[in-house]
Write a protein that binds this ligand. Structure first.
Ligand code: NAG
Length: 193
């Protein structure tokens, strides 16, 4: 029994380990504001890693291997990365490497797929790039984040701190109560008239 477990576990480790789930080819970054990195890990993975932006095209990134964050807590499964001091480079064929430390950029734990960093599409008026929008895109269970808005830091312990039961949107409760009161008043007005 135990042997079977060990065999299964070691298979799982080799099959999984750290994996970058975003950014990706289909969902890149913008050049405006902080950008989100999400990943998966297994229990045997290192507890922390350093995030490095890479691009083989020197016309896009004159200096390769830009360290975006060091000592990221791997158990968070998501973090928000501020732009480099010179701002985000813009172009295609970027990759993000999760490496062991800023001193060991070649010890790569995981590598993202190639992705783009492009100016945001002009959908709304958000030009100043708010650091965190509430995630409206459907997420797979593995990348579900529930990042509290306004928490732009990499620290904290938001991995599974959500206490809201699913399906109960706290914002909608007062609205329902409110419209209930309104209809009571409407009824009263009807009878009083
Ligand atoms: C980073 O992870 C390594 C290996 O898991 C651990 O030895 C080290 O203490 C961690 N460092 C920090 C700052 O958490």
């Amino acid at each position: 029994m135990r042997n079977a477990c060990v065999v299964f576990l070691s298979f799982a480790v080799s099959a999984l380990a750290y994996q970058v789930t975003a950014p990706s080819a289909s969902k890149g970054w913008t050049d405006t504001g902080a950008q989100t990195l999400t990943w998966q890990r297994v229990d045997t993975d290192r507890l922390n890693f350093t995030v490095v932006l890479t691009n083989e095209d020197r016309s896009v990134m004159p200096i390769n291997d830009q360290v975006l964050a060091a000592q990221v807590d791997g158990t968070l499964l998501t973090t928000v990365l501020n732009p480099p001091s010179a701002g985000w480079p813009v172009g295609q064929h970027f990759r993000v490497n999760l490496v062991k430390s800023p001193e060991e950029l070649d010890t790569i734990l995981a590598q993202s797929n190639e992705f783009d960093i492009l100016p945001p599409k002009e959908e709304t008026t958000s030009k100043t790039g708010t650091t965190l929008r509430p995630s409206t895109t459907p997420t797979t269970p593995a990348t579900q984040t529930t990042v509290p808005s306004g928490n732009g830091n990499t620290g904290g312990d938001s991995a599974d701190g959500s206490t809201n039961p699913p399906g109960i949107n706290s914002a909608s409760v007062p609205t329902i109560a409110h419209s209930g009161i309104l209809s009571v008043f409407a009824l009263l007005g009807f009878f009083l008239a």
